[in-house]
Unconditional design. Sequence first.
Length: 348
Amino acid sequence: MVTCDICGALFKTAQGLAGHKRLRHGAYGLATELGIALTNKQLHRKVLNRLGEKLADRLAEAILQSRGQEILDHYLEELSQQGLDLRSLGRYRNLRAIIVAAGESNRLLPLTQDKPECLLEIGNKTILSRELENLRACGIHDIVVVRGYQGDKIKYPAIRYYENRDYQNTGILRSLFYAEGEMDDEFIFCYSDILYTKEVLELLLRDQSDISLVVDTDWESHYHQRRQHPVSEAELVRVEGDRITQIGRNILPSDDVYGEFIGLAKFSKKGAEILRANYEWAIQSYKARAFHRAPSLDKAYFTDMIQELLDQGYPVCHVDIRGGWAEIDTMEDFDRVSRELRLVLKVD
């Protein structure tokens, strides 16, 4: 009864925080983490042994008063002091992730003939499932997916969906902005055709920059004998100190190339405001003309928008890794990563 009362209180609080969307998602996330803990027998015993009736009553009563995030944080800390660290079960955070999964992925035919690329299985799990697992393992439960090609096949629960029905005529940047209403606070941006370890995501989460991109400095090793995805298609970056100075596929490989953007980025609330404001400005300024390396803003890549921010003088920082990720863009990529998953990602 103790644990049921707490779960019930958390869910009622989540429902009752009218007008506080971020807190609502946070409460659901905490309740989910507690529910996960209770399915594990060892943790179940830990909860029952260490969570006394008095503390349980206080927690339920306080949360039901809908006093908000401070209540949740206070009792999370109290639970931690009693030996039950719910934060460690998922690094409880109020953070959103936006995954863009709208493209057709023609280079993966026939595998993508009847499903989107993100639903291809690598090691008995879909690409998207692995991405969702990493996000939730880091406490990110507020997840948005932008669908397009074969979008009706993407049906994961507890996710909000946006539809890009014009996916054949638009690029990843336009797809991202179908979810513009979700950019009212800090968020993680993710490509849907990449695999990465939880440690890579944790490095990004620790960065405090307004705009930060994950960059692999060991990028050249990914292109050895990679014939179907030549290095000319890599989204390379140049840097000065901790700032990116240039990004895109138009950068020629040379000694001053620092690394490759892997398709994972983080925006603070301020960074999100910068992104949205400059996209709206670009709509007015780039009508019927090329936008960086794209023929139009509608067909632009995400990195075209990042280059625009750089040209406008906004700081964009890099979070460095060496491996721990993989891109699935061609049949060659799919076959290699399927064979060498443990080696590529050091996961099962």
